[in-house]
Structure formats: C-alpha cells, structure tokens
Design a protein around this ligand. Sequence first.
Ligand code: ATP
Length: 336
Amino acid sequence: TRILGIEGTAWAASAAVFDSATDDVFIESDAYQPDSGGIHPREAAEHMHEAIPQVVERALEHARETSDGPADEPPVDAVAFSRGPGLGPCLRTVGTAARALSQSLEVPLVGVNHMVAHLEIGRHTADFDSPVCLNASGANAHLLAYRNGRYRVLGETMDTGVGNAIDKFTRHVGWSHPGGPKVEEAAKEGEYVDLPYVVKGMDFSFSGIMSAAKQRYDDGVPVEDICYSLQENVFGMLTEVAERALSLTGSDELVLGGGVGQNARLREMLVEMCDQRGAEFHAPEPRFLRDNAGMIAVLGAKMYDAGDTLALEESRVNPDFRPDQVPVTWRADEPE
Ligand code: ATP
C-alpha cells in the first residue's frame, strides 16, 4: 500500500508518502515561523495555502519516481489527511487540498485523527502490541491506551497543552517561538526553585505553574532556574501520570508522541521510570515526534487497508476531534 499523507493542523505544512512494502517514509515539510508572538491562526492558514501545494508536489514526485506500477496509474492508493484536532482555518485549507487531490488522482480519501497518528507512529516504529501512549505535544497532553475498539483517554490536561504552556512562558520572557528548545537549553544552567506541581487523579494542569513561572521571572529569579524547575515539575507531572497509566492498564510498553517528546530531560525521566518498573520505552525519531505528515500516511495506510475510507460529503474537518471519538477499525481483529 502506498499512501500520500497531508498534515496541517497548526504550524507544519507537510506531505509524505508511506510505502508499506518497503516501510519507507518520505516526508517534505515547510514550517510556519511567526514574526512575533505565538501561532496566529489566520497567518498559519495562509502558510498552509502557500506551502501545501509545494510539499505535496515534491511528495508526489517522489511517489512517481519510486513507483513500479504502470505510468497511467495513480502513484498512491489513497490520500490521507489530518481532520483534527487543530486550528480551524488550517484544517479547512488542508481538507480542501486533500479532497481536490483525491478527486484528481481518483483515489479514496482517508480522514486521520492527528492525536491517534502521534500514538500509532510510536506503535509502528517500536513494533509494540498495546502500549500506553504519552502524547506531549504543543496543543495537547494525553495519556492514551487501547480498550474495546477505541483509544481511551486515561488522563489529560485540564487547561492548556504542555508545549503551548512552555511557549507562553518564553513569550513572556521575550524569546521567539517555539520556546521548548530554548527552555531545554537554559535549564542546563539552572537550579531548582519552588513552582506549583498539579496532578489531580489522572489529569494535570499547567496554567498555575505558568503564571507562577512568569511571576518568578518578574520578581528577578534567574531565568535558567525557572526553566530548570519548569522542566522538573511539568515533566515530573507527565511521568507520574504515565506511570499510573502503566500500572492501571497492566501494560509494560510506553510510547512517546508529540513535539515536546524531543526534550532529552523528559525522555530521561520516562526511561528511568520505565526501567524501575521493567517496562519498555520507545520514543520515535524527532521527525516523527513533531507534527509531520509521515505519521498521517502511516496511520492512513492502516485505515485504508481496513477499508476505513471517507466519502467526500462526510469529510468535514473537526477542530475538536478527540482521540476517543475514533473507531479503531485497523485493530478490529486483535485481542483486547
Ligand atoms: P498538536 O500535535 O497538539 O497539534 P502542535 O501542532 O503545536 O501540537 P507539535 O509539533 O507536536 O505541535 O509540538 C510543538 C511543541 O513542541 C511546541 O510547543 C514546542 O515548544 C515544543 N518543543 C519542541 N522542541 C522541544 C524541546 N526540545 N523541549 C520542549 N518542548 C519542545
């Protein structure tokens, strides 16, 4: 199966081709970089409008070059696109492109949930059966596990996503977007100062810790110390709930997903926690962690093989598309 994947939920205009016979994933991305502040939804959508045709063209070129089928056949079997969650204006632009491509190539359309794709790329690259997934991305933070035909949300943020929370702090400090890598760098020189730590049952909250971090900065606490402490607390919260999710489900596999997963300190904490429990840990390579169309194409292929395609008239995007709204058709014959 060969699938064209298209991603455009927020900042990454990305197209990919996944070939399930060779396991090759070709990804072409063009990132939106705000001039100032965070992501402006309208500007991000304009970026999609400009960049999607080019990344798609390069992906299709790759598909044609590597195809051994007849020249008059489409170079892919289906077009998969991220239906949500994400910024409405971006999703609508990308949805329109995907529909047009599916019609012009005369291949089916597959609608992929972006969060489930973050999870499935970890399962795919680790070859795990039934892992718990920690999705630590910009706009989200979830713990997910499969049960009875769905990915259940075991725990999640009660306010902002984890990456967005970090980015809000760095905006306050005057650093350019995205803030995560800058916090990681500054934290290397820092020492611990007290900040809130908020876990309630299986859920976490980041807004209090962000306000406190801004306040500490305004009070003159060295920014390195705040960055260090932010990482310790925020990643400690994620690790605590990930451990509880492993314990609750009895799973001994943990996969990481999302752009914040590129952070070495978060991975170190998760590795240590998994080692202590005798669980296996897997983080996909960085190109699969941050937003990318490769994960959309890989899950698109599984859905296509399961016959899970989308009629054009039912292909509306959904900015609030939750992972537990997705019937997991591609694992239907697996044991619970
Ligand atoms: P979602 O997948 O929820 O739609 P998103 O589209 O914002 O989120 P991702 O690519 O998953 O995007 O993640 C981007 C986030 O990752 C940004 O908030 C960025 O600051 C953060 N990030 C990137 N690198 C690091 C790092 N090394 N440490 C911490 N955070 C990081």
